[in-house]
Design a protein around this ligand. Sequence first.
Ligand SMILES: C[S@@+](CC[C@H](N)C(=O)[O-])C[C@H]1O[C@@H](n2cnc3c(N)ncnc32)[C@H](O)[C@@H]1O
Length: 241
Amino acid sequence: MQARMVANTASRKMPVRYGVLRSWAHLVLVPFRELQFLASTMRDVSSVPPQSVKLRIIRSLLKLHQPGISFVGTGTCLGDTTAMVRRLGHRVISIELDPAQYARAQHRFRDDPDVVLVHGDCVTALQQVLPRLTRPAVLWLDAHHSGGITAGGPSDDPILACLAELRDQTVRSHSLLIDDVATFDGQRSRPDLVQVMLAIRAINSEYRIRIQGDIIVATVNRTTSSNNGWKIHSSVRETRP
Ligand SMILES: C[S@@+](CC[C@H](N)C(=O)[O-])C[C@H]1O[C@@H](n2cnc3c(N)ncnc32)[C@H](O)[C@@H]1O
Protein backbone atom coordinates (compact mmCIF):
# COMPACT_ATOMS: atom_id res chain seq x y z
CA MET A 1 0.00 0.00 0.00
CA GLN A 2 1.31 3.40 -0.93
CA ALA A 3 1.57 5.61 2.13
CA ARG A 4 0.02 9.05 1.80
CA MET A 5 1.79 11.97 3.43
CA VAL A 6 -0.46 14.90 4.15
CA ALA A 7 -0.02 18.11 6.08
CA ASN A 8 -2.98 18.93 8.24
CA THR A 9 -5.85 20.01 6.09
CA ALA A 10 -8.64 17.87 7.49
CA SER A 11 -12.08 19.34 7.53
CA ARG A 12 -13.97 16.51 9.24
CA LYS A 13 -15.44 17.40 12.58
CA MET A 14 -14.32 15.37 15.57
CA PRO A 15 -17.41 14.03 17.32
CA VAL A 16 -18.21 15.90 20.55
CA ARG A 17 -18.39 12.60 22.42
CA TYR A 18 -14.70 12.12 21.70
CA GLY A 19 -13.80 15.29 23.60
CA VAL A 20 -16.06 14.25 26.48
CA LEU A 21 -14.51 10.80 26.61
CA ARG A 22 -11.00 12.30 26.63
CA SER A 23 -11.85 14.64 29.53
CA TRP A 24 -13.39 11.77 31.47
CA ALA A 25 -10.32 9.64 30.88
CA HIS A 26 -8.00 12.41 32.10
CA LEU A 27 -10.00 13.12 35.22
CA VAL A 28 -10.91 9.59 36.29
CA LEU A 29 -9.32 6.79 34.33
CA VAL A 30 -5.74 8.06 34.14
CA PRO A 31 -5.31 8.69 37.90
CA PHE A 32 -7.04 5.37 38.66
CA ARG A 33 -4.70 3.40 36.37
CA GLU A 34 -1.65 5.20 37.74
CA LEU A 35 -2.70 4.32 41.29
CA GLN A 36 -3.21 0.70 40.27
CA PHE A 37 0.24 0.64 38.69
CA LEU A 38 1.80 2.27 41.74
CA ALA A 39 0.11 -0.25 44.02
CA SER A 40 1.37 -3.20 42.00
CA THR A 41 4.89 -1.75 41.92
CA MET A 42 4.83 -1.35 45.68
CA ARG A 43 3.76 -4.98 46.01
CA ASP A 44 6.63 -5.97 43.71
CA VAL A 45 4.14 -7.31 41.19
CA SER A 46 5.36 -6.78 37.67
CA SER A 47 2.80 -4.94 35.55
CA VAL A 48 2.76 -2.92 32.36
CA PRO A 49 2.70 0.83 33.01
CA PRO A 50 -0.40 2.71 31.82
CA GLN A 51 -0.12 5.02 28.81
CA SER A 52 0.19 8.13 30.99
CA VAL A 53 3.31 6.69 32.66
CA LYS A 54 4.74 5.74 29.26
CA LEU A 55 4.19 9.31 28.11
CA ARG A 56 6.22 10.52 31.07
CA ILE A 57 9.02 8.12 30.17
CA ILE A 58 9.05 9.39 26.55
CA ARG A 59 8.98 12.98 27.79
CA SER A 60 11.92 12.43 30.13
CA LEU A 61 13.92 10.78 27.34
CA LEU A 62 13.11 13.55 24.90
CA LYS A 63 14.27 16.16 27.37
CA LEU A 64 17.72 14.57 27.19
CA HIS A 65 17.86 15.29 23.46
CA GLN A 66 18.51 18.59 21.84
CA PRO A 67 15.52 20.85 21.27
CA GLY A 68 14.19 20.69 17.74
CA ILE A 69 14.99 17.03 17.15
CA SER A 70 12.46 15.33 14.85
CA PHE A 71 10.16 12.72 16.33
CA VAL A 72 8.78 9.95 14.11
CA GLY A 73 5.97 7.79 15.48
CA THR A 74 4.41 4.65 14.03
CA GLY A 75 0.81 4.05 15.10
CA THR A 76 -0.66 7.54 15.68
CA CYS A 77 -3.80 6.15 17.32
CA LEU A 78 -5.53 8.97 19.23
CA GLY A 79 -2.52 11.25 18.84
CA ASP A 80 -1.80 11.66 22.56
CA THR A 81 1.93 11.03 22.17
CA THR A 82 2.04 13.39 19.20
CA ALA A 83 0.35 16.10 21.29
CA MET A 84 2.77 15.64 24.19
CA VAL A 85 5.80 15.75 21.89
CA ARG A 86 4.51 18.90 20.20
CA ARG A 87 4.14 20.55 23.61
CA LEU A 88 7.88 19.97 24.03
CA GLY A 89 8.46 21.77 20.73
CA HIS A 90 9.60 18.87 18.54
CA ARG A 91 8.46 18.38 14.96
CA VAL A 92 6.42 15.18 14.54
CA ILE A 93 5.87 12.78 11.67
CA SER A 94 3.33 10.15 12.61
CA ILE A 95 2.09 7.14 10.65
CA GLU A 96 -1.28 5.41 11.04
CA LEU A 97 -2.88 2.57 9.10
CA ASP A 98 -6.45 2.90 10.29
CA PRO A 99 -8.36 5.48 8.20
CA ALA A 100 -10.66 6.57 11.05
CA GLN A 101 -7.79 7.14 13.48
CA TYR A 102 -5.86 8.94 10.79
CA ALA A 103 -8.83 11.23 10.05
CA ARG A 104 -9.27 11.95 13.75
CA ALA A 105 -5.60 12.85 14.11
CA GLN A 106 -5.83 15.07 11.03
CA HIS A 107 -8.63 16.95 12.70
CA ARG A 108 -6.84 17.18 16.04
CA PHE A 109 -3.65 18.63 14.52
CA ARG A 110 -5.27 20.54 11.65
CA ASP A 111 -3.75 23.86 12.77
CA ASP A 112 -0.27 22.57 13.41
CA PRO A 113 2.10 22.65 10.42
CA ASP A 114 4.77 20.87 12.46
CA VAL A 115 2.74 17.67 12.60
CA VAL A 116 2.94 15.62 9.42
CA LEU A 117 0.51 12.73 9.36
CA VAL A 118 1.02 9.79 7.08
CA HIS A 119 -1.74 7.35 6.21
CA GLY A 120 -0.63 3.82 5.46
CA ASP A 121 1.27 0.80 6.66
CA CYS A 122 4.24 1.85 8.76
CA VAL A 123 6.77 -0.30 6.92
CA THR A 124 5.84 1.19 3.54
CA ALA A 125 5.65 4.68 5.03
CA LEU A 126 9.03 4.40 6.71
CA GLN A 127 10.54 3.63 3.31
CA GLN A 128 9.48 7.15 2.31
CA VAL A 129 10.06 8.94 5.61
CA LEU A 130 13.46 7.59 6.71
CA PRO A 131 15.51 8.77 3.70
CA ARG A 132 14.29 12.31 4.44
CA LEU A 133 15.84 12.26 7.90
CA THR A 134 19.27 13.71 7.34
CA ARG A 135 19.99 13.94 11.07
CA PRO A 136 19.38 11.50 13.91
CA ALA A 137 15.79 11.64 15.14
CA VAL A 138 13.80 9.98 17.89
CA LEU A 139 11.69 7.07 16.62
CA TRP A 140 8.71 5.86 18.64
CA LEU A 141 7.85 2.47 17.17
CA ASP A 142 4.40 1.51 18.40
CA ALA A 143 2.35 0.34 15.40
CA HIS A 144 0.65 -2.96 15.97
CA HIS A 145 -2.77 -4.44 16.18
CA SER A 146 -4.03 -4.15 19.73
CA GLY A 147 -7.72 -4.96 19.40
CA GLY A 148 -10.60 -2.48 19.69
CA ILE A 149 -10.38 0.43 17.29
CA THR A 150 -6.82 -0.32 16.18
CA ALA A 151 -5.97 -1.55 12.70
CA GLY A 152 -3.92 -4.59 11.84
CA GLY A 153 -1.46 -4.66 8.96
CA PRO A 154 -0.01 -7.65 7.16
CA SER A 155 1.40 -8.82 10.50
CA ASP A 156 0.14 -8.29 14.05
CA ASP A 157 3.38 -6.59 14.93
CA PRO A 158 5.56 -5.19 12.12
CA ILE A 159 8.44 -4.18 14.41
CA LEU A 160 11.06 -6.43 12.80
CA ALA A 161 10.18 -5.13 9.33
CA CYS A 162 10.39 -1.54 10.64
CA LEU A 163 13.81 -2.18 12.12
CA ALA A 164 14.95 -3.81 8.88
CA GLU A 165 14.09 -0.56 7.04
CA LEU A 166 16.46 1.30 9.34
CA ARG A 167 19.36 -0.95 8.39
CA ASP A 168 19.49 0.41 4.86
CA GLN A 169 19.57 4.11 5.77
CA THR A 170 22.48 6.52 5.72
CA VAL A 171 21.60 7.71 9.23
CA ARG A 172 21.70 4.69 11.52
CA SER A 173 21.92 6.39 14.88
CA HIS A 174 18.35 7.44 15.57
CA SER A 175 17.24 7.04 19.17
CA LEU A 176 14.78 4.15 19.17
CA LEU A 177 11.89 3.79 21.58
CA ILE A 178 9.99 0.56 21.05
CA ASP A 179 6.82 0.07 23.01
CA ASP A 180 5.22 -3.05 24.49
CA VAL A 181 8.20 -5.17 25.44
CA ALA A 182 5.83 -7.48 27.32
CA THR A 183 4.23 -8.53 24.04
CA PHE A 184 7.50 -9.70 22.48
CA ASP A 185 6.84 -13.33 23.32
CA GLY A 186 7.34 -15.04 19.95
CA GLN A 187 3.67 -16.03 19.80
CA ARG A 188 1.49 -15.71 16.68
CA SER A 189 3.17 -13.19 14.38
CA ARG A 190 4.92 -11.36 17.23
CA PRO A 191 8.71 -11.54 17.55
CA ASP A 192 10.46 -12.50 20.76
CA LEU A 193 12.59 -10.06 22.67
CA VAL A 194 15.90 -11.54 21.51
CA GLN A 195 14.90 -11.12 17.87
CA VAL A 196 14.10 -7.46 18.51
CA MET A 197 17.41 -6.86 20.31
CA LEU A 198 19.35 -8.54 17.48
CA ALA A 199 17.49 -6.47 14.89
CA ILE A 200 18.53 -3.29 16.72
CA ARG A 201 22.17 -4.41 16.85
CA ALA A 202 22.01 -5.24 13.14
CA ILE A 203 21.26 -1.56 12.43
CA ASN A 204 24.23 -0.34 14.42
CA SER A 205 26.38 -2.38 16.78
CA GLU A 206 26.98 0.74 18.88
CA TYR A 207 23.41 0.86 20.13
CA ARG A 208 23.12 0.73 23.90
CA ILE A 209 19.89 -1.00 24.75
CA ARG A 210 17.90 -0.90 27.96
CA ILE A 211 14.31 -1.48 29.00
CA GLN A 212 12.42 1.21 30.81
CA GLY A 213 8.82 0.53 31.87
CA ASP A 214 7.80 -1.73 28.95
CA ILE A 215 9.74 0.40 26.45
CA ILE A 216 12.99 -0.64 24.76
CA VAL A 217 15.28 2.37 24.63
CA ALA A 218 18.18 2.15 22.20
CA THR A 219 20.56 5.06 21.82
CA VAL A 220 23.94 5.69 20.31
CA ASN A 221 26.37 7.67 22.38
CA ARG A 222 27.18 10.82 20.47
CA THR A 223 28.74 13.12 23.02
CA THR A 224 32.15 13.17 21.59
CA SER A 225 31.37 13.22 17.90
CA SER A 226 29.02 15.57 16.17
CA ASN A 227 26.83 14.92 13.20
CA ASN A 228 26.52 18.07 11.13
CA GLY A 229 26.89 19.99 14.35
CA TRP A 230 24.10 18.00 15.94
CA LYS A 231 24.69 16.40 19.30
CA ILE A 232 22.53 14.72 21.85
CA HIS A 233 23.10 14.64 25.52
CA SER A 234 21.14 11.46 25.92
CA SER A 235 22.16 8.17 27.36
CA VAL A 236 25.41 9.87 27.49
CA ARG A 237 25.07 10.48 31.09
CA GLU A 238 25.47 6.79 31.67
CA THR A 239 28.71 6.31 33.52
CA ARG A 240 31.07 3.54 32.71
CA PRO A 241 33.18 1.89 35.38
C1 LIG B 1 -0.93 0.92 20.54
S1 LIG B 1 -1.60 1.95 19.33
C2 LIG B 1 -0.47 3.30 19.23
C3 LIG B 1 -0.51 4.28 20.38
C4 LIG B 1 0.23 5.55 20.07
N1 LIG B 1 1.51 5.28 19.46
C5 LIG B 1 0.45 6.38 21.29
O1 LIG B 1 1.60 6.51 21.72
O2 LIG B 1 -0.51 6.92 21.81
C6 LIG B 1 -1.23 1.10 17.86
C7 LIG B 1 -1.67 1.84 16.61
O3 LIG B 1 -0.99 1.29 15.49
C8 LIG B 1 -1.89 1.25 14.41
N2 LIG B 1 -1.39 0.23 13.47
C9 LIG B 1 -1.51 -1.10 13.51
N3 LIG B 1 -0.82 -1.69 12.52
C10 LIG B 1 -0.22 -0.68 11.84
C11 LIG B 1 0.63 -0.63 10.71
N4 LIG B 1 1.04 -1.75 10.10
N5 LIG B 1 1.05 0.59 10.27
C12 LIG B 1 0.67 1.72 10.88
N6 LIG B 1 -0.15 1.75 11.96
C13 LIG B 1 -0.58 0.56 12.44
C14 LIG B 1 -3.22 0.89 15.04
O4 LIG B 1 -4.31 1.24 14.23
C15 LIG B 1 -3.14 1.73 16.33
O5 LIG B 1 -3.69 2.99 16.13
